[in-house]
Design a protein around this ligand. Structure first.
Ligand code: DUC
Ligand code: ZN
Ligand code: ZN
Length: 468
């Protein structure tokens, strides 16, 4: 056997199928041995009392994305991936956003330039298609899929991003031909505009108006429309950031009819509610994201969907803005209407502790389901399996060591992201990641980011098994 660089000894290995006591041997950044005892390694990590789990894969994060005039995202690639590592993640999947009039290839190159040499964990880009011109559909997208950009997001709302039904169908049709996976933001543009203008006319301009302007009906209608379009062209599709019962039931209905509809949900939909947007003065702006968090009954529905397998992935939808900042939540126009409050919340660092604590520690889901939702399914769906997403011979040694009994209180002061607040301030969790290794290198130890940035690489992907 070749030389073993590192052994993780005495821990309990958890995969999407099993939990077992074993040592893990690593050579050249990959897992080379799983055995009762791994001896003779150049270095050892003592994992007694800890869970040895696949590093988290967060397949939905926004980093350094243009977000409107005068607005700046709180994270660059260095800070977002440091936060990811601190939260037990080894890979993030941000978006390369095409602005209208811009070539998609140009957008991708610009994001790669921002990310290269900056990342603490691996990264792999999805595309956002906002301008599906004949050149984009005919040449750019097929070429980009072949180059390993095998998934893209489309929006059913937002002035700068919305695609109409015909455009959605054209993109879906192209994705089917190229076997790419489309992620869909399901909220109806016209209904939101109608509600927003009505609320503004009646003076409901505070942050809570954001939740009132896009109720569950708006998400349900768009989810049903997207499902119908995907059925028409026989396309596997991922509905992202599902917030409550209405959309979840549309997806479950589609899945029961045998349609290839996948779904994602996020921490905000099991822990926050629209009432959080009612915070005094402008405090509610800290929770403005889309779709908005709903209510306790919606949280129950999301758990139902998690337990029943309606959801395959649990991502953060990390989309961070500073609160006390003129380029963030409290920009000069934000007080005049919720529509000017930048849309999104930070969460890449807290996603896994929230799911572990609310899910595993409270007995709602098994460790196996946790690993599926947090890592394995992301790798399978987005074309990184069997390289990423599990602990097995030949996989990249992307590993998080967890103390399942450690109690922590989430606080801004212990986090690494670029935002100046966390929506989970004061949230108590049981279970905490204490070490993260990316391809066999320790990148986080006890909350400290160790090692140089630039260890994280930018990965191209295969077509995922679902799109296939
Ligand atoms: N959609 C996202 O996926 N993230 C942030 C805002 C949004 O609308
Ligand atoms: Zn979205
Ligand atoms: Zn998002």
């Amino acid at each position: 056997m070749s030389k073993i660089d590192l052994a993780i000894r005495g821990g309990t290995v958890v995969t999407a199928s099993d939990t077992f006591r074993a040592d893990v041997g690593i050579a050249d950044g990959r897992i080379c041995l799983i055995a009762d005892e791994v001896k003779g390694a150049a270095r050892e990590i003592d994992a007694r009392g800890l869970l040895v789990m696949p590093g988290g894969i967060d397949s939905h994060v926004h980093i350094a994305q243009p977000s409107g005039p005068g607005i700046v995202m709180a994270d660059d690639f260095a800070s977002a991936t440091a936060a990811a590592a601190a939260g037990g993640n080894t890979l993030v999947m941000p978006f390369a956003l095409q602005q209208r009039g811009q070539s998609l290839r140009g957008a991708v190159e610009a994001y790669r330039t921002k990310a290269e040499g900056e990342c603490h964990v691996d990264a792999s880009f999805h595309l956002i298609v906002s301008d599906p011109t004949p050149a984009v559909l005919g040449q750019e997208l097929p070429a980009l899929v072949k180059d390993g950009y095998t998934s893209f997001k489309v929006f059913m709302t937002y002035d700068d991003l919305v695609l109409d039904d015909r455009q959605l169908l054209e993109v879906f049709d192209l994705a089917r031909r190229e076997r790419a996976l489309v992620m869909v933001h399901c909220e109806g543009y016209d209904a939101i505009r109608f509600m927003t203008e009505r609320l503004e006319r009646s003076g409901r301009t505070e942050p809570y108006g954001h939740a009132l302007s896009r109720p569950e009906i708006v998400e349900r209608e768009a989810a049903h429309r997207a499902i119908s379009h995907a059925e028409l062209v026989d396309l596997p599709m991922m509905i992202v950031h599902v917030s409550g019962r209405e959309a979840m039931e549309q997806i479950r209905w589609a899945q029961r009819r045998g349609l290839k509809v996948l779904a994602e949900t996020c921490p905000q939909y099991i822990t926050l509610t629209a009432d959080d947007l009612k915070g005094l003065d402008m405090e509610g702006a800290k929770y403005v994201c889309s779709p908005p968090p709903r209510d306790a009954e919606s949280q129950k529905a999301i758990w139902e969907g998690i337990v029943q397998g309606v959801f395959q992935t649990f991502s953060s939808d990390h989309c961070p803005f500073r609160y006390e900042a003129a380029d963030g939540k409290l920009n000069p126009k934000a007080r005049s209407s919720f529509r000017w409050v930048p849309n999104g919340i930070p969460g890449v660092e807290t996603r896994l502790p929230v799911l572990f604590s609310e899910g595993v520690s409270k007995g709602r889901i098994s460790l196996q389901r946790f690993v599926e939702l947090s890592a394995t399914n992301h790798a399978k769906i987005y074309g990184l399996y069997p390289r990423k997403g599990s602990i097995g011979i030949g996989f990249d040694a992307d590993i998080a060591l967890w103390d399942p009994n450690r109690k922590e209180t989430i606080r801004q002061e212990i986090l690494h992201h670029g935002a100046d607040y966390t929506p989970w301030e004061g949230f108590e969790v049981t279970g905490w990641p204490v070490m993260t290794l990316v391809r066999g290198e320790v990148v986080m130890e006890e909350g400290r980011i160790v090692g140089a940035k630039g260890h994280g690489g930018i990965l191209q992907r295969e077509v995922g098994s679902y799109a296939n």
